[in-house]
Design a protein around this ligand. Structure first.
Ligand SMILES: *[C@@H]1O[C@H](CO)[C@@H](O)[C@H](O)[C@H]1NC(C)=O
Ligand SMILES: *[C@@H]1O[C@H](CO)[C@@H](O)[C@H](O)[C@H]1NC(C)=O
Ligand SMILES: *[C@@H]1O[C@H](CO)[C@@H](O)[C@H](O)[C@H]1NC(C)=O
Ligand SMILES: *[C@@H]1O[C@H](CO)[C@@H](O)[C@H](O)[C@H]1NC(C)=O
Length: 666
């Protein structure tokens, strides 16, 4: 997709809201979530595995981010994870959602972390809680609340006192909250492991010695909270002695932690990927994913988490960026709606069942024996004394040739190994599972889209039919968003202000308006040269729209790109309007607090007879946000306040239009 059509789709989607008016009678079963869920137990680890209540365990974990689902979905998602063979749920903790205003906490609704953790406990699963509090996660600003950047002298994720103070306060808050609700395993709760920071190894070099000091500080701060369970730092090769460094990636079977005392953990197995506006939908085949997981346990791994098992939705303005879409489906085993994505979900379920059969042998051996079976084929054998007496043995036979099957001999038997596959032998003889043989059924999802149909006048249109449910709708309604300054809370300032400094990320949008006076001489100068003046900005993100006298001159889309937009003025006074727009704040990289939004560098109007005009010297009137946003016309409660009109057959879309449709369930 080109940038232009990308800009179009951003405009279309960011202003298009569907207001659903559904009357559904739902019988919801709320499990009773109180009290303790397990007999209290401790978690420790050795070089081989996490040790849970005194026993090494091979664990499969399902990544689910609670605010990317609705609380009504949580029980079902957890149940489907358990049915799919997960032992553990893993989530990040989303600081920006929990502390939207400094010192004012939110643990309600989609941010009801205690409820989410209790549901996990009541289902008998464990939890790996990744507090961060930097989480990346394709989440707006990497999970940092935007107010954090306004703290004087702050530098994120480094040896910086103002940052460390806020980070410690939040991490302490979460650990205390979990402890008060008795959610740690030694209290009978499901939490077996925590995480501090996140993939800091990727940016550590940018911070020099201060980065190294920060890692040490973060580790000792975390350990000092007395949470009583192991802490992880992922992608952190210099993780201190008492913190487990873990792997994130598509394949982690070659990973070795930085000490022989630490187990091999895979905190993020990327089973798909996120999507950018205009980007293609990711797909990772179930066979390759199963291969990667089997190879991991084959080569000594003991804990693997699917990132994501359920990806879900970036509700509201939580998408990170720049330019990530609201769906976080991720091609995960459970799709955005919580439905099983087949054959991925089923194939992994079969894989997990095979790994579980191997668990007694996997935990009995201190390390696998390696045996080469061919040029691209290898076996790893786990042998030891079973818990109930007697010998146990499990083997993984891998063919890492991508194209050719292989015939191998192992323990006197012949085996055929499909290309790029692992056969799992829970008794060292019989193949329980091969990663390239998919037994699970394939499901096909069809999606019928309900776009505004300019061509239809019918009052009732059938929109969607799914299973035995039909939705009918009235026709589309539309509302024009005013172009320019629209309300009382505008203000005027001499100079160009930084976008985020003004919006505080309360909205994606910031209007800037100034007056440009054009002389007769300028007009004739342009005529003579056959050239128009140009708005020229050194660098901007994510979207800029330029209007002259309320007419759109053009748009620029990009991530810190130069903007050059020709404009046409009339003689006399002209209103020059610049609308800057964010499409998800940066969530990855060093120095996030300095990234900002809107413009950087010089902003000029070029091509005037008397030379360039420095726009930073002009007087600008500013307005944060859109009128429709301020009036919350996208909510069920407030939408009727606005003057909607039926979208007519011959209506040409305005530059900024809100759309709504009412859907009725029949
Ligand atoms: C867990 O470990 C702590 C500290 O060593 C100990 O006091 C406690 O009794 C242990 N709990 C269980 C259930 O083993
Ligand atoms: C749809 O309705 C038919 C007949 O009433 C029923 O047999 C079938 O199970 C229903 N399907 C679903 C998905 O509810
Ligand atoms: C801008 O704000 C001023 C001062 O509050 C107000 O008088 C004016 O009407 C506002 N402009 C618009 C277009 O609402
Ligand atoms: C944002 O505002 C702060 C003061 O509130 C100022 O120090 C900083 O330079 C501003 N950032 C930009 C890019 O203008």
């Amino acid at each position: 997709m080109s940038f232009n059509s990308m800009a179009e789709s951003i405009r279309f989607f960011s202003l298009q809201w569907q207001i659903l008016s559904l009357t559904i009678a739902l019988l919801v079963y709320f499990p009773i979530v109180s009290g303790s869920f397990f007999k209290p137990f401790n978690v420790s680890y050795d070089h081989r595995a996490l040790i849970i209540a005194g026993k090494r365990r091979m664990l499969v974990s399902a990544g689910i981010h609670y605010p990317r689902a609705t609380p009504e979905m949580w029980s079902d998602l957890i149940a489907k994870s358990k049915e799919g063979g997960a032992d553990v749920i893993q989530t990040y903790v989303f600081w920006s959602g929990h502390e939207p205003v400094k010192g004012q906490y939110n643990f309600e609704g989609r941010y009801d972390l205690v409820k989410f953790v209790k549901l996990i406990g009541s289902s008998g699963l464990y939890l790996h809680l990744r507090i961060g509090p930097y989480v990346c996660a394709e989440w707006n600003f990497g999970g940092f609340p935007v107010w954090l950047r306004d703290i004087p002298g702050i530098e994120f994720r480094t040896d910086n006192e103002p940052f460390k103070k806020e980070m410690q306060k939040f991490v302490t808050k979460i650990v205390d909250l979990m402890r008060e609700a008795k959610l740690f395993c030694w209290q009978g709760g499901p939490i077996i492991m925590l995480q501090i920071e996140n993939e800091y190894g990727d940016v550590e070099k940018s911070y020099g010695q201060k980065g190294k000091d920060y890692v040490k500080w973060a580790a000792s701060m975390a350990l000092g909270l007395g949470a009583g369970v192991p802490w992880v730092m992922c992608k952190q090769t210099d993780a201190p002695q008492n913190i487990i460094d873990a792997c994130n990636g598509y394949y982690c079977d070659g990973f070795k932690p930085n000490s022989q005392m630490k187990p091999i953990l895979w905190t993020e197995d990327w089973d798909g990927w996120y999507t950018k506006w205009g980007g293609s939908l990711p797909h990772r085949p179930a066979e390759d994913l199963a291969f990667a997981v089997a190879r991991f346990y084959q080569r000594g791994g003991s804990f693997q988490n699917y990132y994501m098992y359920f990806g879900g939705t970036n509700f509201g303005r939580t998408s990170g960026g720049p330019f990530y879409i609201t769906s976080y489906d991720y091609d995960a085993p459970l799709d955005e709606y919580g439905l099983r994505s087949e054959p991925k979900w089923g194939h992994l379920k079969d894989l997990h069942a095979a790994i579980k059969l191997c668990e007694p042998a996997l935990v009995a051996a201190d390390a696998p024996q390696y045996r080469k079976l061919g040029s691209n084929q290898e076996a790893h054998i786990y042998r030891g004394d079973g818990e109930t007496g007697g010998k146990v043995c499990a083997a993984f036979l891998a063919n890492i040739d991508e194209h050719k099957s292989a015939h191998v001999k192992f323990n006197g038997q012949s085996y055929t190994l499909l290309p790029w596959s692992v056969s799992i032998l829970p008794d060292c003889r019989h193949v329980a599972f091969n990663t390239a043989k998919v037994g699970a059924q394939t499901s096909v999802k069809t999606v019928e889209s309900a776009r505004p149909s300019l061509g239809s006048k019918s009052i009732l249109q059938k929109v969607v039919r799914q299973d035995n449910v039909s939705y009918i709708s009235k026709s589309w309604m539309a509302l024009k968003e005013p172009i320019g300054i629209w309300g009382e809370n505008n203000f005027t300032f001499q100079g160009l202000l930084e976008h985020l400094n003004v919006t505080k990320d309360r909205s994606d949008y910031l209007w800037h308006k100034t007056r440009i006076t054009v002389s007769e001489d300028d007009i004739s100068f342009w005529k003579k040269n056959g050239a128009n003046p140009t708005v020229s900005i050194d660098s901007m993100r994510d979207v800029l729209r330029v209007f002259v006298n309320k007419q759109l001159s053009g748009s620029v889309v990009g991530h810190w790109v130069k903007a050059v937009q020709p404009v046409r003025f009339m003689q006399g006074n002209n209103d020059l309007l610049l609308l800057t727009q964010t499409v998800g704040l940066q969530n990855y990289g060093a120095f996030l607090e300095k990234d900002g939004a809107g413009f950087r560098g010089k902003a000029k109007l070029t091509g005037f007879k008397n030379g360039d005009m420095d726009l930073a010297k002009s007087s600008w009137t500013y307005q944060v946000g859109l009128k429709g946003e301020a009036e919350k016309i996208y909510t069920v409660e407030h939408n009727e306040k606005a003057e909607w009109s039926t979208l007519e057959t011959d209506a040409s879309p305005s530059i900024f239009m809100w759309y709504k449709i009412l859907l009725f369930l029949i």
